[in-house]
Write a protein that binds this ligand. Sequence first.
Ligand code: ZN
Length: 189
Amino acid sequence: VTDPVPTHPRPDRDAIESAVASLLIALGRDASSERLAATPARVADSLLELLTPPSLACTTFPNDDGYTGLVLVRDIRFVSMCEHHLLPFEGVAHVGYLPGAQVIGLSTLARVVEHFAKDLQLQERMTVQIARWIQDRLDARGVGVVIEADHQCMSARGAKAVGTRTITSCFFGALEDSPSERARFGQNN
Ligand SMILES: [Zn+2]
């Protein structure tokens, strides 16, 4: 199954470059100087890399052995970009589910995190998007996503809260009502 998630906007690379050059000028810098001349192109590359999600296919298998326990992939690393400040936030996602008639490929669980991370994001929205994407494709008895992330908009500016982690979670189905299973995602409530 190919990804039916809404298609991403198509960025205009040339427009990004000239916008970055304008930004440098607005910052009072000489955008044509030798040391900044290649910066717009590099920033465009960086942004496109951060904001272009890989295609996402959902691989499922019949749960022939009747496995009923929690399937949990912890510490899936990601980098995303905060839509409020255009600064990166990065961290780990813990993604799990309680299987029904099907199991999902484990690498699909990692890829779905990367897919939604590569966007202008809010951690809260990304958490729900990942959980919903899995729930919509898998006849699971429960789905859970916990994300722990460091936001540069909190550490490098504003509150200067260096070393803080923001934790968000989304649980559906049987996981919503099971504190013991939820605790295995690394969350203690
Ligand atoms: Zn922010």
